[in-house]
Design a protein. Structure first.
Length: 392
């Protein structure tokens, strides 16, 4: 158990470990169906793990964001797609805190209330209407949408049919509405992370009351106090998906250790663990993954500390947080590549967990928030330039 996990989080950590058998039982089915099986989703609902960031007075865990990251990493050590679904469902309250208190209560007073959504505002149009807005478009790659009760979509605000521009930037609005108003398309067909069910959701002219929306680029909770009010929204969700990559990499390294104890490579008499090349690559992989975790968690722990202390956040803070995310993702992928190579033909067999871990980390790290293109945005900020993107 992670020594930095808070006492309040430890019972949830134990619950996550107890779910390991059911996660493993249904992992292959999730892979085939490209969706989290209902049995697994029900187990997470029953354990309360989907509600770890919901306030305790609403029967939630009221954990810190760093605690939630460590929990998502732990579940991802069992199965990457399950960990990803958990990260998405856990993150719903972070966005919900930017709605009115009445809207938040409406969504999460349901003990099975879960929100999914899309960060891409370019595929949705938002038009002002009496008492609110109307949303039309598509929420792309909406992971866990099959098990969500609400859908979040961000879009460009249109005025007279054209995007509204203020200070050179388009106005963007995010809204949350019952997912029954959207149609879930069967679009998720990928090499890795198949069990995340990250399908596109389309919707047309959906009315969304103003209290169920917020300014996408300048989100701020109108009622929540403490770190969730003080930490910018983009810094709150900066790391939830990278924790999945870290957990998946650990799964791969643990599997390699097991293989190396027993495997006797062709044309040799010694086990794989006695071969210098395996020793070297395993040590390198461990070093890379430990470095990734240290950098990543040090950054996120510091963000939470500053939020608790009421300290301000600069654009440089956002850039360094993104740098920690992308660097951790890259190092974790390198670690998986090393043990996949060292395992030989074992890692090419679909029966070997390393094979799925390899596909999963390479697919996951193509996400817009942790792919290579983010280095460019960070580099611009570090050089004192405009980031050139609303998302750092």
């Amino acid at each position: 158990m992670d020594r930095l996990l808070s006492e309040r989080a430890r019972p949830y950590f134990e619950k996550a470990q107890k779910l390991a058998p059911i996660i493993r039982e249904y992992a292959d089915r999730a892979e085939r169906e490209a969706q989290m099986p209902r049995e697994v989703a029900d187990a997470f609902h029953d354990s309360g793990l989907f509600r770890i960031l919901v306030p305790r007075n609403m029967d939630g865990g009221e954990l810190t964001i760093p605690d939630s990251l460590r929990l998502c990493e732990e579940v991802s050590r069992i199965d990457a797609s399950t960990g990803w679904n958990l990260a998405i469902c856990v993150g719903g309250p972070m966005f919900g805190y930017n709605l009115s208190r009445a809207a938040f209560d409406k969504i999460f007073s349901d003990p099975r209330g879960v929100s999914a959504g899309s960060l891409n505002p370019m595929t949705t149009q938002v038009i002002a209407a009496d008492g609110g807005w109307r949303f039309s478009g598509k929420a792309t790659y909406a992971s866990a949408s099959a098990h969500a009760t609400y859908l979040m979509a961000a879009g460009l605000v249109l005025r007279d049919g054209a995007p509204q521009i203020v200070d050179g930037l388009p106005v963007m609005r995010a809204g949350v509405f019952p997912i029954k108003h959207a149609k879930i398309l069967n679009t998720w067909s990928t090499a890795g992370m198949r069990g995340t069910g990250s399908n596109d959701c389309v919707f047309e002219n959906v009315p969304v009351p103003d209290e169920f929306t917020f300014d996408w680029l300048n989100a701020k909770s109108p009622w929540q106090r403490g770190p969730f009010e003080r930490i910018p929204l983009q810094l709150q969700f900066v790391g939830n998906l990278v924790s999945v990559v870290l957990g998946t990499a650990r799964h791969a390294l643990d599997t390699f250790n097991e293989i190396a104890q027993a495997k006797v490579p062709a044309a040799t008499r010694a086990t794989l663990r006695e071969r210098p090349i395996a020793q070297t690559q395993y040590a390198q992989a461990e070093g890379l993954l430990n470095a990734a975790r240290a950098y990543f968690y040090n950054c996120n722990d510091e963000i939470w500390r500053k939020g608790e202390a009421g300290e301000s956040f600069s654009i440089e803070d956002r850039a360094h947080a993104r740098l920690a995310v992308v660097t951790a993702a890259k190092l974790a992928v390198q670690a998986v590549d090393l043990v996949a190579d060292a395992a030989g033909m074992n890692s090419a067999q679909t029966s070997c967990p390393i094979e799925r871990c390899w596909r999963d980390v390479h697919t996951a790290t193509q996400h817009v928030l942790m792919n290579t293109a983010r280095f460019e945005v960070v580099g611009r900020v570090l050089f004192g330039l405009d980031p050139g993107s609303p998302v750092i």
